[in-house]
Design a protein around this ligand. Structure first.
Ligand SMILES: Cc1ncc(COP(=O)(O)O)c(C=O)c1O
Length: 407
């Protein structure tokens, strides 16, 4: 399903939004983060997939490959650590802490009794647990019933205490808030709610690094047109989409590319928000193979950015996502193989669904001249799920990728 967003504007980036998220602050976050041991050095690759572009009948398809951002396996490694740095700087203003020393764990003595907590579908919690361990504070992660044991183990490996609840994602968010209030812990969430905005803002701002790298990799300078006509952004609570769309919008102003947000049909909170014109909740079961996108409530802060910048919101099925995982694993065609997890492949899945329909392509101005950017937001963060869905281990796909690069 697709809905065009009549509130989308083509205008300069509004100053009231720039006061919340800006390229300047994204750059500051990026500089600090580049010192974190858990991030691989340098930008993530921007893969060119000409064979897939040709089979989708578009001029160009680029995939920003966040699967190799960090050993943590997803773009979420850009959000939680920077939010934690900025939170600690705010808590101890009188101490004049050096952010780089903080990232290096130099204030571990000061922080040893400081506890952060969050609910997660997997990736945010893993990043928060890793950041807490690096900086020297304590971490508690609340998991809902559908988070796999494999994802739980990956979080626990970073020393976080795990609390498992019987309910769904939204109930795990409530439980994290309850535990925080009862124990004087601090919630470091990637979603906002009333009275809670600074931390999710910092998380989203961290994701701006992806947009900054994409523009540098395309050799764009200010005043030049966007190298992409369309950018597909998969949505959970909307933070990734807001962090990237805001960066491109500030950079290109009224000449920004078209943004299309893609969600699982069962977890369509952003799609529903577009229909209702306000941040709202999903209509479906909120259970999807795309675990990272299985969120039932739009982040109101993210919505402030998306409501006027996203040109269309669409939903896809789990099967669409799995098909896109296969396409990226690249057993057909002559393109490089890319390991894309269930949520990672969702942007490409959205593009493929639109290109399979003349009417949907026309509604979104996709045609043979389109230059499209998708973001592979995760690798095989649940390796056994990846193997089951793709029919090949991620190691084997990576071996084919290495062979392609070596030829
Ligand atoms: C792999 C992956 N992609 C995309 C998203 C969506 O991000 P957001 O919830 O900020 O919209 C998530 C969220 O957890 C994720 O894990």
């Amino acid at each position: 399903m697709l809905t065009k967003n009549s509130r989308a504007r083509r205008a300069a980036y509004p100053s009231e939004l720039r006061d919340i998220m800006s390229i300047d602050e994204a750059e500051r976050s990026r500089t600090w983060l580049s010192h974190w041991e858990q991030l691989n050095h340098g930008p993530t690759p921007l893969r060119n997939l000409p064979a897939l572009a040709s089979s989708l009948n578009i001029a160009q398809l680029r995939v920003k490959d966040e699967s190799v951002r960090s050993p943590l396996g997803s773009f979420k490694a850009l959000g939680a650590p920077i939010a934690l740095v900025r939170l600690i700087l705010r808590i101890y203003p009188e101490r004049n802490l050096d952010p780089l020393a903080l990232i290096d764990g130099k204030y571990a003595d000061l922080l040893k009794d400081f506890t952060v907590i969050s609910a997660t579908d997997g990736n945010h919690g893993r990043a928060l647990a890793a950041a807490a361990r690096s900086f020297g504070c304590q971490c508690v992660i609340v998991l809902h019933a559908n988070v796999s044991k494999e994802r739980e183990d990956a979080i626990a490996a970073y020393g976080a205490r795990i609390v498992r609840i019987a309910g769904n994602y939204d109930e795990s968010v409530e439980e994290a808030a309850r535990l925080a209030a009862a124990n004087h812990w601090t919630v470091v969430s990637d979603t906002s709610y009333e009275g809670y905005q600074d931390i999710p803002r910092d998380v989203m701002q961290g994701y701006g690094a992806i947009a900054a790298e994409v523009l540098a990799q395309a050799n764009v300078s200010p005043g030049q047109p966007s190298p992409y006509t369309h950018v597909f952004l998969q949505g959970g609570v909307g933070g990734l989409a807001a962090g990237i769309a805001s960066y491109f919008w500030e950079y290109f102003g009224e000449n920004r590319p078209k943004f299309i947000v893609v969600e699982p049909v069962q977890a369509d909170c952003l799609y529903q928000s577009a229909l209702q014109g306000r941040a709202t909740t999903a209509t479906g079961s909120v259970d999807s193979v795309m675990a990272g996108l299985a969120c039932g409530e739009t982040s109101p802060l993210a919505w402030r950015f998306l409501e006027s910048s996203v040109d269309a919101f669409m939903t896809i099925s789990d099967d669409d996502a799995v098909t896109a995982m296969h396409l990226l694993a690249g057993r057909q065609g002559d393109d490089i193989a890319v390991v894309a997890g269930e949520s990672g492949a969702a942007g490409l899945a959205g593009l493929a669904v639109l290109r399979a329909s003349e009417a949907l392509s026309a509604e979104t101005d996709l045609d043979a001249s389109s230059r499209v950017l998708v973001i592979n937001t995760e690798g095989a963060t649940a390796p056994s799920v990846y193997q089951e869905l793709v029919g090949e281990s991620h190691e084997s796909v990576l071996a084919r990728q290495a062979a392609w690069l070596a030829r």
